[in-house]
Design a protein around this ligand. Structure first.
Ligand SMILES: *Cc1c(COP(=O)(O)O)cnc(C)c1O
Length: 457
């Protein structure tokens, strides 16, 4: 009999709860350091965050409950693309001539083409519940902005997106997608906020950065009563919402009759698709007696987990966002213009950082030409064109599979294919023309950026 290529769960099998890893971190001896107020540098409480986020999300941010119920209205919108399929990469395994079994979870089937709507939808929902009528946010390559624009459209909320200027110019179709869902899109730095104006005064031709755009979106939410802020990665509640990915994957592996994975892999920008896939597996490592290796893959051009320091830092450039203890390259870091725009961030989720610091997960940094080599190898066998971000996970999976070819081991490898690359064809064109270059974050620049870390007692 032909072996199965994919497992597609029915809507009835969709997870009804999100998994909160904060409940299990103490078992692993991890205590998450609290976020600090950017001014006083004292631990912040729910009231400090209230201008920015609805209370329901603030409570999720600090919750220690292991499972949090997914509201019915959110589940209903999830059904537009969830459960997402888990594939066995039969054809790619053959092409690589590996005894390994490779599985990939495909999150590119959502309306925005990535995993990001998994959190955009509940974020819009809880804001709507609390009477919020406008959300502001930032976007780099445009993936988060389109996810939030879609989610706001679902709930009839206005959406204002500060888009990093260089992407605004280079990615007109992501911008148009956001506009079809009714969002207002502004290139950042802009003249609409103090943060934007001060950057423009110092450097009128600034290409912008995620950190700058965050400052603008946060300022708008903090200074307008009708507006709150939404963040697409990094925060605990964002990773929480993404855990539908890993929970579904565990069920699907079971239905495949697969072995428990030897390696679980995802790319990491701020850590949300990684946490979403990995945390349910990390739980089994902590309390279930399992021993999967859990690997986060980042770009060599923005290597926060592999080369950054574990320290308190600002989440934004202007120093308005709370201080979070995380693996960071320094909030002044302006990343090289690699094509994996979603991975160009100076910091990392506090939860992912703490797991890395405790040795419960691994991290590797890869260069972009190798990433595109792997993406092409994958798409030639499996057909799906991956987002350059997701191709980081593909590249690591490929290396693991080729190591199995050497050793003759039939390991089970699972990775997250976090999104499709249909808006990244310019990058593929450059790659095929041979005009893609590799960037490694220079040590001197990193030391310079780290010299400006905030002093915390
Ligand atoms: C945004 C994005 C990422 C990186 O963000 P994380 O929060 O680290 O997941 C990865 N892949 C895709 C397709 C994205 O859109």
């Amino acid at each position: 009999m032909r072996e199965l290529t994919k497992i597609v769960l029915s809507e009835q099998d969709m997870p009804t709860h999100w998994y909160n890893i904060n409940a299990d971190l103490p078992v692993a001896g991890i205590e998450l350091p609290p976020p600090l107020h950017p001014g006083t540098k004292q631990p912040i409480g729910p009231a400090d965050l209230a201008p920015l986020f609805p209370m329901a999300l603030i409570m999720q941010e600090v919750s220690a409950d292991r499972y949090i119920e997914i509201p019915d209205e959110v589940q209903q919108i999830y059904t537009l693309w969830r459960p997402s399929p888990l594939y066995r990469a039969h054809r790619w395994e053959q092409a690589l001539d590996t005894p390994a079994r490779i599985y990939y979870k495909y999150e590119g089937g959502s309306p925005a083409g990535s995993h990001k709507p998994n959190t955009a939808v509940p974020q819009a929902y809880y804001n709507k519940q609390e009477g919020v009528t406008r959300l502001s946010t930032e976007t780099g390559a445009g993936q988060w902005g389109s996810a939030l624009a879609f989610a706001c459209q679902m709930f009839g909320i206005e959406c204002k997106v500060y888009m990093v200027k260089v992407s605004y110019q280079q990615k007109p179709y992501r911008r148009a997608l956001m506009q079809t869902w009714g969002a207002t899109v502004i290139p950042s730095p802009s003249d609409q906020t103090n943060a934007g104006r001060s950057i423009l005064a110092a450097r009128p031709d600034s290409p912008g950065s995620l950190g700058i755009a965050i400052s603008e979106a946060v300022e708008e939410a903090a200074t307008r009563d009708d507006t709150k802020y939404a963040l697409g990665s990094v925060l605990n509640h964002v990773l929480l919402h993404q855990t539908v990915i890993g929970q579904e994957t565990i069920k699907q592996l079971e239905l495949f009759g697969a072995d428990w994975p030897d390696v679980v892999i995802a790319c990491a920008g701020g850590g949300s698709n990684f946490g979403g896939l990995a945390f349910p597996f990390v739980r089994e490592n902590i309390v279930g007696g399992k021993q999967a290796r859990i690997v986060a893959v980042e770009p060599a051009a923005a290597p926060s987990l592999t080369r950054g320091v574990y320290a308190y830092d600002f989440g934004d450039t202007a120093g308005m966002a709370p201080l979070v203890k995380m693996h960071t390259l320094g909030s002044a870091f302006v990343p090289a213009p690699i094509h994996a725009g979603g991975l160009r961030y100076h910091g990392m989720s506090a939860q992912v950082s703490a797991l890395k610091d405790a040795g419960l997960i691994e991290a590797v940094a890869l260069k972009q030409t190798k990433i595109f080599d792997a993406a092409l190898s994958f798409t030639k066998s499996e057909g799906i064109l991956p987002a350059p971000e997701a191709a980081h996970a593909i590249c690591q999976a490929m290396q693991e599979a080729l190591a199995c070819k050497e050793s003759g081991e039939a390991k089970t490898i699972v990775f997250n294919l976090s999104g499709h690359g249909h808006f990244d064809l310019g990058a593929y064109e450059n790659y095929m023309a041979g005009s893609l270059s590799d960037y490694e974050f220079p040590e001197a620049e990193m030391q310079e950026s780290l010299a400006h870390l905030p002093q915390v007692a």
